[in-house]
Design a protein around this ligand. Structure first.
Ligand code: FAD
Ligand code: NAI
Length: 487
């Protein structure tokens, strides 16, 4: 006889573990099944984000930025440090310590919330028509247990998109796992894909001294970002950091030999080029992880791109089965996954109290912030100019450069700007775009403004402390009404 739960969550990444905690807080008897193992072969909660994604990448971004500042920026403050060096193994060990403390933290949160944690691969079992509960088989190291649950939440995340020209071995050809664990600084590093991982990981190793060349298939750089931000970013990455970024390339072959990797590609002008590197990071996107879930056997509908098909409430086509996070449509972001996790838990709790689905609140995709943790950082929320033009929406623009912001000048980091886009007629904020120091933190004010349907006047009439970086947002909002003061 298998254990019976109210909710079984498959996957303990930021989508699944948050869903499990919220379900438990709402009084639902919850089990969370996860199959992640750390490099030592130990079960480890937290999914991609905590183990090989958000947290370790930010740890390395900070270590490498400190080293870069020491090498290139501190002398302007009169601080000199001869013979400064970087010990990569200490940097990697620090990263691993941070990861371990957070993944262990989730195990304690599960304990505190009385969530049963099971290690193994969860597979939906075929259900008879009369069954009231779903059965999930949990397989680990050859032994299988089953559990039953009224509701199942699938949060199985994503995996790197396979690269047809070469296998990932995480020795020479690296995905995010290998890129986060290099033990030496490669002299020459190639990166395929100028997306978020390519830019963040390329920045880490460039700051530490690698010659980094990024090859991007799309003709434009950072197509998802506002054009002006993308242009400014490419310029700074190239001139200040020394990242070589080539867009519009078509990679034709990748040859790995003992001492080097040779890439042959056609550049944007269709000219044949050769690039030799010591390590190659492949960061060409991620795909939903539905392998071994029992999707086909149960008729779980996938969309045309292989994501589990869900509605706005994250309901799949199967009764009482929900899916969320990277395995469903929408941006592949940890905070989007967690927000869906909370929303699904609330939905299930509401339905259990006989409320209708219309009384539940789906996640608002219009106010999901994006942050790229390069230097300068890039962040945005809402629509960009390209999207507003395509939708034929009349808008006004307020923009303010960090060069004219006292705090940015004081900290010696004054690249970039903030741009506020507001509806021409109603003044409602439609999008806010930032490139500059600590904009990963500044974007939250923009998100709150949009969440509460603020106008640019609302931001402009709010007192911002002086001297702070947030005054750049204040000035950009004033600028939307042509009344910026310090420019
Ligand atoms: P995941 O975190 O992928 O977790 C899924 C879990 O389910 C895993 O533990 C997996 O092993 C487990 N699983 C899968 N199938 C089964 C099964 N059948 N049975 C049991 N367990 C299963 N996002 C941000 O917002 N900010 C960032 O700074 C950021 N940085 C990133 C950096 C990198 C290098 C990468 C790769 C990603 C980054 N992301 C970032 C994206 C973020 O990691 C993902 O959006 C997020 O992890 C998705 O959460 P999830 O819960 O949907 O899935
Ligand atoms: P991505 O989708 O951001 O970028 C992939 C890039 O590779 C694209 O620009 C694409 O045009 C390019 N590409 C695809 N095939 C190619 C080829 N054959 N040759 C050359 N270029 C090619 O995907 P990425 O960087 O792998 O990251 C995956 C996801 O992880 C991101 O979309 C994001 O959702 C998440 N992430 C978020 C972070 C954050 O929030 N700061 C940090 C890192 C990852």
């Amino acid at each position: 006889m298998s254990d019976i739960f109210d909710v079984a969550v498959i996957g303990a990444g930021p989508g699944g573990y948050v869903a499990a905690i919220r379900c438990a807080q709402l009084g639902l008897n919850t089990v969370c099944i996860d199959d992640w193992k750390n490099p030592k072969g130990k079960p480890c909660l937290g999914g991609t984000c905590l183990n090989v994604g958000c947290i370790p990448s930010k740890a390395l971004l900070d270590s490498s930025e400190n080293y870069f500042q020491l090498q290139h920026k501190f002398s302007a403050h009169g601080i000199h440090c001869e013979n400064a060096g970087i010990d990569v193994s200490t940097m990697i060990a620090r990263k691993e310590k941070i990861v371990t403390s957070f993944t262990a933290g989730i195990a304690s949160l599960f304990k505190k919330n009385k969530i049963k944690s099971m290690h193994g691969k969860g597979t939906l079992q075929k259900q008879s028509n009369s069954a009231k509960e779903w059965t999930v088989a949990v397989e680990d190291a050859g032994s299988t247990q089953t559990i039953q649950a009224k509701y199942v939440i699938i949060a199985t995340g994503s995996v790197p998109r396979p690269f047809p020209l070469s296998m990932i071995d995480n020795d020479k050809i690296l995905d995010n796992v290998g890129a986060l664990s290099l033990t030496e600084i490669p002299k020459r590093l190639g990166v395929i894909g100028a997306g978020v991982i390519g830019l963040e990981m390329g920045s880490v190793w460039r700051r530490l001294g690698s010659e980094v060349t990024i090859l991007e298939a799309m003709p434009e750089f950072m197509m998802a970002a506002d054009d002006q931000i993308a242009k400014e970013a490419k310029n700074i990455f190239n001139k200040e950091l020394g990242l070589q970024i080539h867009t519009g390339v078509a990679i034709e072959s990748v040859k790995v030999t003992k001492n080097k990797i040779t890439l042959r590609y056609a550049d944007a002008d269709k000219q044949k080029q050769t690039l030799e590197v010591d390590k190659l990071i492949v960061a060409i996107g991620r795909i939903p992880n539905t392998a071994g879930l029992g999707a086909d056997e149960n008729g779980l509908a996938l969309d045309e791109k292989g994501f589990i098909a869900v509605d706005e409430y994250c309901r799949t086509n199967l009764t009482n089965i929900y899916a969320l996070g990277d395995v469903v449509r929408g941006p592949m972001l940890a905070h989007k996954a967690s927000e869906e996790g909370m929303a699904v838990a609330e939905t299930i709790a509401h339905l259990e109290k006989n409320q209708t689905i219309e009384q539940c609140e789906p996640v608002d995709f219009n106010v999901i912030p994006w942050v790229i943790y390069t230097s300068p950082e890039i962040a945005w929320v809402g629509k960009n100019e390209k999207q507003l033009k395509a939708a034929d929406i009349a808008y006004k623009v307020g923009q303010f450069p960090f060069m004219a912001n006292g705090r940015a000048r004081s900290i010696g980091d004054s690249f970039g700007f903030i741009k506020v886009l507001a509806d021409e007629k109603t003044d409602r904020v439609l999008g806010i775009h930032m490139i500059g120091p600590h904009v990963s933190e500044l974007i939250s004010e923009a998100v709150i403004a949009m969440k509460f349907s603020a106008s640019s006047e609302d931001i402009a009439s709010t007192i911002h402390a002086h001297p702070t970086l947030s005054e750049a947002l204040h000035e950009a909002a004033l600028g939307a009404d042509n009344r910026a003061l310090h420019i």
